[in-house]
Design a protein around this ligand. Structure first.
Ligand SMILES: [Zn+2]
Length: 321
Protein backbone atom coordinates (compact mmCIF):
# COMPACT_ATOMS: atom_id res chain seq x y z
CA UNK A 1 0.00 0.00 0.00
CA UNK A 2 1.48 3.38 -0.92
CA UNK A 3 1.70 6.27 1.52
CA UNK A 4 -1.43 8.05 0.27
CA UNK A 5 -3.49 4.89 0.48
CA UNK A 6 -2.16 4.20 3.95
CA UNK A 7 -3.15 7.68 5.15
CA UNK A 8 -6.59 7.35 3.54
CA UNK A 9 -7.12 4.00 5.19
CA UNK A 10 -6.08 5.34 8.56
CA UNK A 11 -8.40 8.34 8.27
CA UNK A 12 -11.38 6.09 7.62
CA UNK A 13 -10.24 3.85 10.45
CA UNK A 14 -9.86 6.80 12.81
CA UNK A 15 -13.32 8.11 12.03
CA UNK A 16 -14.74 4.64 12.57
CA UNK A 17 -12.74 4.24 15.75
CA UNK A 18 -14.04 7.40 17.28
CA UNK A 19 -17.49 6.60 15.96
CA UNK A 20 -17.89 10.22 15.05
CA UNK A 21 -19.53 10.11 11.66
CA UNK A 22 -22.82 11.15 13.21
CA UNK A 23 -21.17 14.08 14.92
CA UNK A 24 -19.83 15.58 11.73
CA UNK A 25 -23.24 17.05 11.04
CA UNK A 26 -23.71 18.42 14.54
CA UNK A 27 -22.47 21.69 15.88
CA UNK A 28 -21.07 20.58 19.21
CA UNK A 29 -17.41 20.29 18.38
CA UNK A 30 -17.26 22.98 15.75
CA UNK A 31 -18.20 25.89 17.98
CA UNK A 32 -15.72 25.30 20.78
CA UNK A 33 -12.44 27.10 20.35
CA UNK A 34 -11.47 27.46 23.98
CA UNK A 35 -7.89 26.29 24.59
CA UNK A 36 -7.69 27.11 28.31
CA UNK A 37 -6.62 24.14 30.37
CA UNK A 38 -8.60 24.85 33.52
CA UNK A 39 -7.99 22.62 36.55
CA UNK A 40 -11.19 21.71 38.39
CA UNK A 41 -10.90 20.32 41.94
CA UNK A 42 -12.96 17.12 42.23
CA UNK A 43 -12.11 15.83 45.73
CA UNK A 44 -9.13 16.12 48.06
CA UNK A 45 -6.01 15.80 45.83
CA UNK A 46 -8.08 14.81 42.79
CA UNK A 47 -8.49 17.17 39.84
CA UNK A 48 -9.89 17.21 36.32
CA UNK A 49 -8.96 19.08 33.17
CA UNK A 50 -12.10 18.97 31.07
CA UNK A 51 -12.01 19.80 27.37
CA UNK A 52 -14.87 22.02 26.21
CA UNK A 53 -14.81 20.16 22.86
CA UNK A 54 -16.17 16.77 22.02
CA UNK A 55 -15.85 14.95 18.75
CA UNK A 56 -13.59 15.64 15.86
CA UNK A 57 -10.36 17.55 16.19
CA UNK A 58 -10.50 20.96 14.44
CA UNK A 59 -8.04 23.81 13.84
CA UNK A 60 -9.95 25.75 16.55
CA UNK A 61 -9.64 23.13 19.28
CA UNK A 62 -6.12 22.17 18.08
CA UNK A 63 -7.14 18.54 18.54
CA UNK A 64 -7.98 18.90 22.22
CA UNK A 65 -11.22 16.96 22.54
CA UNK A 66 -10.81 14.73 25.60
CA UNK A 67 -10.41 14.98 29.36
CA UNK A 68 -7.48 14.29 31.65
CA UNK A 69 -7.65 13.76 35.39
CA UNK A 70 -4.95 13.60 38.05
CA UNK A 71 -4.27 12.62 41.63
CA UNK A 72 -1.61 14.40 43.69
CA UNK A 73 0.14 11.91 46.00
CA UNK A 74 2.98 12.30 48.50
CA UNK A 75 5.44 10.99 45.94
CA UNK A 76 4.28 12.60 42.72
CA UNK A 77 1.33 13.05 40.42
CA UNK A 78 -0.67 10.20 38.91
CA UNK A 79 -2.10 11.38 35.58
CA UNK A 80 -4.99 9.64 33.82
CA UNK A 81 -4.89 10.25 30.04
CA UNK A 82 -2.64 12.71 28.25
CA UNK A 83 -4.68 14.20 25.37
CA UNK A 84 -4.06 14.07 21.62
CA UNK A 85 -0.57 15.56 21.13
CA UNK A 86 2.70 16.64 22.68
CA UNK A 87 1.43 20.25 22.67
CA UNK A 88 -1.69 19.21 24.61
CA UNK A 89 0.41 17.06 26.95
CA UNK A 90 2.57 20.09 27.69
CA UNK A 91 -0.52 22.23 28.37
CA UNK A 92 -1.71 19.53 30.79
CA UNK A 93 1.71 19.53 32.44
CA UNK A 94 1.60 23.31 33.02
CA UNK A 95 -1.99 23.12 34.27
CA UNK A 96 -0.89 20.51 36.84
CA UNK A 97 1.96 22.83 37.91
CA UNK A 98 -0.63 25.47 38.79
CA UNK A 99 -1.83 23.30 41.70
CA UNK A 100 1.24 21.30 42.81
CA UNK A 101 5.04 21.30 42.67
CA UNK A 102 5.05 17.51 42.51
CA UNK A 103 6.20 16.11 39.15
CA UNK A 104 4.11 13.67 37.14
CA UNK A 105 5.51 10.25 38.02
CA UNK A 106 2.88 7.91 36.65
CA UNK A 107 0.76 8.16 33.53
CA UNK A 108 -2.23 5.93 32.80
CA UNK A 109 -3.55 5.56 29.27
CA UNK A 110 -7.17 4.44 29.57
CA UNK A 111 -7.14 3.06 26.03
CA UNK A 112 -5.62 3.17 22.58
CA UNK A 113 -7.58 6.01 20.93
CA UNK A 114 -5.28 8.86 19.97
CA UNK A 115 -7.01 11.52 22.07
CA UNK A 116 -6.10 9.63 25.25
CA UNK A 117 -2.41 8.87 24.78
CA UNK A 118 -0.60 10.90 22.09
CA UNK A 119 0.17 13.48 24.80
CA UNK A 120 2.50 10.86 26.36
CA UNK A 121 5.27 12.62 24.42
CA UNK A 122 5.23 15.38 27.05
CA UNK A 123 5.91 12.80 29.79
CA UNK A 124 8.59 10.68 28.19
CA UNK A 125 11.33 11.19 30.79
CA UNK A 126 12.83 7.91 31.94
CA UNK A 127 11.54 8.24 35.51
CA UNK A 128 7.90 8.45 34.37
CA UNK A 129 6.07 5.14 34.26
CA UNK A 130 3.43 4.97 31.51
CA UNK A 131 0.80 2.33 32.20
CA UNK A 132 -1.77 0.78 29.85
CA UNK A 133 -3.05 -2.68 28.99
CA UNK A 134 -1.09 -4.91 26.65
CA UNK A 135 -4.12 -5.11 24.30
CA UNK A 136 -4.24 -1.31 24.11
CA UNK A 137 -0.55 -1.22 23.20
CA UNK A 138 -1.23 -3.54 20.25
CA UNK A 139 -3.86 -1.13 18.87
CA UNK A 140 -1.67 1.92 19.59
CA UNK A 141 1.09 0.39 17.48
CA UNK A 142 -1.32 -0.43 14.68
CA UNK A 143 -3.22 2.88 14.59
CA UNK A 144 -0.94 5.47 16.24
CA UNK A 145 0.90 6.74 13.20
CA UNK A 146 -2.27 6.97 11.07
CA UNK A 147 -4.21 8.73 13.84
CA UNK A 148 -1.42 11.25 14.28
CA UNK A 149 -1.44 12.04 10.56
CA UNK A 150 -5.23 12.35 10.65
CA UNK A 151 -5.13 14.74 13.62
CA UNK A 152 -2.47 16.84 11.96
CA UNK A 153 -4.46 17.06 8.72
CA UNK A 154 -7.84 17.97 10.23
CA UNK A 155 -6.34 20.55 12.59
CA UNK A 156 -4.42 22.01 9.63
CA UNK A 157 -1.19 21.45 11.52
CA UNK A 158 -2.38 23.38 14.63
CA UNK A 159 -1.75 20.29 16.73
CA UNK A 160 2.02 20.54 16.12
CA UNK A 161 4.35 17.59 15.83
CA UNK A 162 4.26 14.67 18.23
CA UNK A 163 6.54 11.74 18.96
CA UNK A 164 4.79 8.43 19.49
CA UNK A 165 5.59 7.44 23.07
CA UNK A 166 4.25 4.03 24.05
CA UNK A 167 3.36 2.70 27.51
CA UNK A 168 6.25 1.23 29.47
CA UNK A 169 4.30 -0.93 31.92
CA UNK A 170 1.61 -3.25 30.64
CA UNK A 171 -1.33 -4.65 32.54
CA UNK A 172 -2.97 -7.89 31.52
CA UNK A 173 -5.65 -8.24 34.15
CA UNK A 174 -7.40 -6.49 37.00
CA UNK A 175 -4.95 -5.41 39.68
CA UNK A 176 -4.34 -3.24 42.72
CA UNK A 177 -1.46 -0.89 43.37
CA UNK A 178 -0.46 1.88 45.74
CA UNK A 179 0.83 5.13 44.22
CA UNK A 180 2.52 7.39 46.77
CA UNK A 181 0.11 6.32 49.52
CA UNK A 182 -3.03 6.23 47.34
CA UNK A 183 -4.69 2.86 46.80
CA UNK A 184 -5.77 2.27 43.22
CA UNK A 185 -7.48 -0.60 41.42
CA UNK A 186 -7.36 -1.10 37.67
CA UNK A 187 -10.48 -2.64 36.17
CA UNK A 188 -10.78 -4.12 32.68
CA UNK A 189 -13.91 -3.50 30.61
CA UNK A 190 -13.10 -6.63 28.55
CA UNK A 191 -12.90 -4.51 25.41
CA UNK A 192 -16.23 -2.76 26.08
CA UNK A 193 -15.36 0.46 24.25
CA UNK A 194 -12.12 -0.67 22.57
CA UNK A 195 -9.49 -3.42 22.96
CA UNK A 196 -7.95 -3.38 26.43
CA UNK A 197 -9.75 -0.39 28.01
CA UNK A 198 -8.85 0.11 31.65
CA UNK A 199 -10.73 2.03 34.30
CA UNK A 200 -9.14 3.32 37.50
CA UNK A 201 -10.93 3.04 40.84
CA UNK A 202 -9.97 4.81 44.05
CA UNK A 203 -11.71 2.60 46.63
CA UNK A 204 -11.22 4.95 49.60
CA UNK A 205 -12.47 8.07 47.85
CA UNK A 206 -14.99 6.06 45.79
CA UNK A 207 -14.00 7.80 42.57
CA UNK A 208 -14.01 6.00 39.21
CA UNK A 209 -11.98 7.19 36.22
CA UNK A 210 -13.72 5.69 33.22
CA UNK A 211 -12.00 6.91 30.06
CA UNK A 212 -14.46 6.34 27.23
CA UNK A 213 -16.12 3.38 28.94
CA UNK A 214 -18.13 5.86 30.99
CA UNK A 215 -20.10 8.82 29.65
CA UNK A 216 -21.95 11.79 31.03
CA UNK A 217 -23.37 14.35 28.63
CA UNK A 218 -23.40 12.12 25.57
CA UNK A 219 -24.61 8.60 24.92
CA UNK A 220 -22.20 5.71 25.59
CA UNK A 221 -19.58 5.51 22.83
CA UNK A 222 -19.64 2.19 21.04
CA UNK A 223 -17.05 1.47 18.37
CA UNK A 224 -16.27 -1.03 15.62
CA UNK A 225 -13.70 -2.77 17.84
CA UNK A 226 -15.66 -2.71 21.09
CA UNK A 227 -17.81 -5.37 22.73
CA UNK A 228 -21.27 -4.09 23.66
CA UNK A 229 -22.36 -6.92 26.03
CA UNK A 230 -19.06 -6.51 27.92
CA UNK A 231 -19.57 -2.74 28.01
CA UNK A 232 -23.03 -3.22 29.51
CA UNK A 233 -21.66 -5.68 32.10
CA UNK A 234 -18.87 -3.25 32.99
CA UNK A 235 -21.34 -0.41 33.50
CA UNK A 236 -23.42 -2.54 35.88
CA UNK A 237 -20.24 -3.66 37.68
CA UNK A 238 -19.17 -0.01 38.10
CA UNK A 239 -22.66 0.86 39.37
CA UNK A 240 -22.28 -1.90 41.98
CA UNK A 241 -19.15 -0.21 43.33
CA UNK A 242 -21.43 2.75 44.02
CA UNK A 243 -18.95 5.51 43.16
CA UNK A 244 -19.63 8.96 44.55
CA UNK A 245 -17.88 10.62 41.61
CA UNK A 246 -17.69 9.38 38.03
CA UNK A 247 -15.02 10.92 35.77
CA UNK A 248 -15.35 10.42 32.02
CA UNK A 249 -13.19 10.68 28.92
CA UNK A 250 -15.44 13.37 27.42
CA UNK A 251 -17.94 15.65 29.11
CA UNK A 252 -18.30 16.72 32.71
CA UNK A 253 -18.06 14.67 35.90
CA UNK A 254 -21.17 12.73 36.77
CA UNK A 255 -22.66 10.27 39.28
CA UNK A 256 -23.58 6.61 39.47
CA UNK A 257 -27.09 7.52 38.30
CA UNK A 258 -25.90 8.17 34.77
CA UNK A 259 -23.89 4.92 34.73
CA UNK A 260 -27.10 2.99 35.44
CA UNK A 261 -29.01 5.12 32.92
CA UNK A 262 -26.41 4.32 30.24
CA UNK A 263 -26.37 0.59 31.08
CA UNK A 264 -30.16 0.38 30.87
CA UNK A 265 -30.28 2.30 27.61
CA UNK A 266 -27.51 0.27 25.96
CA UNK A 267 -29.02 -2.98 27.06
CA UNK A 268 -32.49 -2.10 25.62
CA UNK A 269 -31.02 -0.98 22.30
CA UNK A 270 -28.71 -4.00 22.07
CA UNK A 271 -31.54 -6.48 22.81
CA UNK A 272 -33.77 -4.88 20.20
CA UNK A 273 -31.05 -4.78 17.52
CA UNK A 274 -30.07 -8.39 18.20
CA UNK A 275 -33.66 -9.63 17.94
CA UNK A 276 -34.40 -7.54 14.84
CA UNK A 277 -31.18 -8.66 13.15
CA UNK A 278 -32.09 -12.29 13.74
CA UNK A 279 -35.52 -11.62 12.21
CA UNK A 280 -33.96 -9.94 9.15
CA UNK A 281 -35.51 -6.60 9.98
CA UNK A 282 -34.29 -3.46 8.25
CA UNK A 283 -32.04 -1.29 10.48
CA UNK A 284 -34.16 1.77 9.61
CA UNK A 285 -37.27 0.05 10.94
CA UNK A 286 -35.37 -0.80 14.12
CA UNK A 287 -34.30 2.80 14.44
CA UNK A 288 -37.90 4.02 14.17
CA UNK A 289 -38.97 1.54 16.88
CA UNK A 290 -36.07 2.42 19.17
CA UNK A 291 -36.70 6.15 18.75
CA UNK A 292 -40.40 5.74 19.53
CA UNK A 293 -39.72 3.53 22.54
CA UNK A 294 -36.70 5.26 24.08
CA UNK A 295 -36.93 8.79 22.70
CA UNK A 296 -39.46 10.29 25.13
CA UNK A 297 -37.46 9.20 28.19
CA UNK A 298 -33.97 9.95 26.84
CA UNK A 299 -34.26 12.83 24.38
CA UNK A 300 -33.58 15.43 27.02
CA UNK A 301 -31.08 13.36 28.99
CA UNK A 302 -28.42 13.17 26.26
CA UNK A 303 -26.95 15.71 23.91
CA UNK A 304 -27.77 14.99 20.25
CA UNK A 305 -29.96 12.00 21.11
CA UNK A 306 -31.52 11.77 17.64
CA UNK A 307 -28.21 11.52 15.75
CA UNK A 308 -26.47 9.51 18.42
CA UNK A 309 -29.15 6.84 18.63
CA UNK A 310 -29.00 6.44 14.86
CA UNK A 311 -25.25 5.98 14.96
CA UNK A 312 -25.61 3.52 17.83
CA UNK A 313 -28.24 1.36 16.10
CA UNK A 314 -26.21 1.25 12.87
CA UNK A 315 -23.01 0.39 14.71
CA UNK A 316 -24.77 -2.35 16.65
CA UNK A 317 -26.11 -3.84 13.41
CA UNK A 318 -22.56 -3.98 12.05
CA UNK A 319 -21.38 -5.68 15.22
CA UNK A 320 -23.93 -8.48 14.68
CA UNK A 321 -22.36 -9.40 11.33
ZN1 LIG B 1 -12.13 6.25 22.76
Amino acid sequence: MNNKERIKKSIVKTILTFGLIGLITTHVWATNSNFDFVVTPIAENVYSIVSPSFGLPTPENKGWNSNSHFVVTEKGVLLFDTGSSELIGNKIKSAIKSVTDQPVRWVINSHSHADHWLGNAAFSKSDVEIIASSQALGTMKEDGQGSMEFYSRVTKGEIGSTQLVYPTLLLTHKQKRNFGGVDVEFIFSNDGHSPGDILMWLPKQKIIFGGDVLSSDWMPIITHHGNVPNLINTLYAVAKLNPTIVLTGHGKATTVKSVIRDADLLSSVWKQVKADYENDKNPNATLLDVRAKLGPKNRLLYKDFATEIERQVKQMYKLQQ
